[in-house]
Design a protein around this ligand. Structure first.
Ligand code: F3S
Length: 396
């Protein structure tokens, strides 16, 4: 791979230990994937923040990088294992909390904005069309590539951090126009509305994509409108079930693609099957969680309307970015929601928080939440609309 003078100096250690280690990671990645050069990035999203995933070895590595590593571009963090301020109310073990704080402190020392959210694009880390970025977090990667039209590979925690500390990423994969063309077309015939239905659609298409390795990028027609919340749900779901990092949705997303010759029609049957698989028959629900990916201000505002003057009967969380909640505080939505007995869990989510064993069944409007709720936390799952989630929370 051809390196510039600055990149060579980074690799030789002339710009410090963390920069050298970072350039080593990026150089190795570039060699593996056949990149000819590096490209500057303007935005980074780092994943691998929960202490539950990192453990002491991960934390040791971060501490070493934080000795002299400082980010060169706008960088935000994925959710942590707990609400960094309100962890006691959410029942987090004090020892876990101490360790999680050490992790976030190491990131903060490197100059990373410790927002801890999987929706950085809702809180100011918003690249524009065509920008090269280096994001980890599958749902955000899919949103950045598909909805915004920025260019990113699906980074891992270390490669994203390396991009942040050097300002570069190897030029391969989704950074190249030739790799952003659709492989298969889908025509969606039913009307799809609301985040839960978009999540089911993401699963239906994702399951089909997953069955054929040569179909990485879908071109989707038949969707007449989709708002940001619906697209965020769709991105999370198709990334989870199909491993999709980029899709094209006719009339909705900005990138251009050649139209693939093969078309698959998505009917009501596909959506019903997806819903059936997301819902476990007879699931015993004792936990309701909304905000996977993290809830937007519009969703929080709507929940406040739905629960005004009412009381939930089950443990209910809204997971969101702290800056989003701060606006909700100012607007009085938080007070209405908390008066109804719902808890806010900022900086974290029902998947990365260490809550395995605390609940039997999860009710959520997120198809991704069902996948990980089941796989990681052994929860039985119920998937339904946001309104039905609130109804479930209000019922004994
Ligand atoms: Fe975000 Fe956690 Fe869902 S990281 S996409 S809320 S699983």
């Amino acid at each position: 791979m051809k390196l510039t003078q600055l990149q060579k100096e980074m690799l030789e250690g002339k710009h410090g230990y963390a920069t050298q280690k970072s350039m080593e990671i990026l150089n190795a990645l570039g060699e593996i994937y056949g990149a000819k050069e590096m490209v500057p990035v303007t935005s980074v999203q780092v994943a691998g923040v929960s202490y539950a995933n990192l453990g002491e070895p991960g934390l040791d590595w971060l501490a070493q990088m934080a000795e002299d590593g400082r980010v060169r571009v706008l960088t935000t963090l994925n959710p942590a294992g707990m609400d960094m301020e309100n962890w006691k109310v959410l029942g987090i073990d004090p020892e876990f909390a101490r360790n999680q704080e050490r992790v976030v402190d190491a990131f903060a020392k490197m100059g990373i904005i410790t927002t801890c959210t999987c929706t950085p694009y809702l809180v100011g880390n918003l690249p524009h069309f065509g920008e090269h970025i280096a994001w980890a977090e599958s749902s955000a990667v899919c949103f950045a590539n598909s909805v915004i039209g920025a260019k990113t590979n699906r980074e891992g925690g270390p490669s994203a951090l390396a991009a942040a500390l050097t300002g570069y990423t190897p030029l391969y994969g989704y950074h190249l126009e030739k790799n952003r063309q659709a492989h298969v077309a889908f025509t969606v015939t039913p009307l799809v509305k609301g985040s839960a239905q978009f999540g089911a659609l993401g699963k239906a298409i994702g399951d089909i994509l997953e069955s054929k390795t040569e179909w990485a990028i879908p071109y989707i027609t038949g969707i007449s409108t989709a708002d940001t919340d619906e697209l965020k749900a769709f991105c999370a779901s198709i990334a989870t079930y199909g491993g999709t990092a980029l899709f094209h949705m006719a009339g909705i997303t900005p990138d251009k693609t050649k139209i693939p010759p093969e078309t698959i029609t998505i009917t009501e049957k596909h959506l019903t099957k997806a819903e059936e698989e997301l819902n476990e028959e007879g699931a015993v629900i004792d936990f309701v969680s909304i905000g996977c990916p993290h809830a937007s201000l519009r969703e929080i505002r709507y929940i406040a309307e739905l629960v005004d003057g009412k009381q939930v009967k089950k443990e209910t969380w809204i997971t969101t970015a702290r800056p989003t909640k701060q606006v909700a505080d100012q607007m009085g939505y938080t007070q209405t929601i908390e008066a109804a007995g719902i808890k806010f869990a900022c900086d974290t989510c029902c998947v990365v928080a260490p809550i395995k064993g605390r609940f039997t069944g999860l009710c959520t409007d997120s198809a991704k939440g069902c996948y990980y709720g089941r796989g990681r936390n052994n929860f039985q799952t119920k998937h339904c609309s946001l309104e039905e989630c609130i109804e479930e929370a209000l019922t004994e």
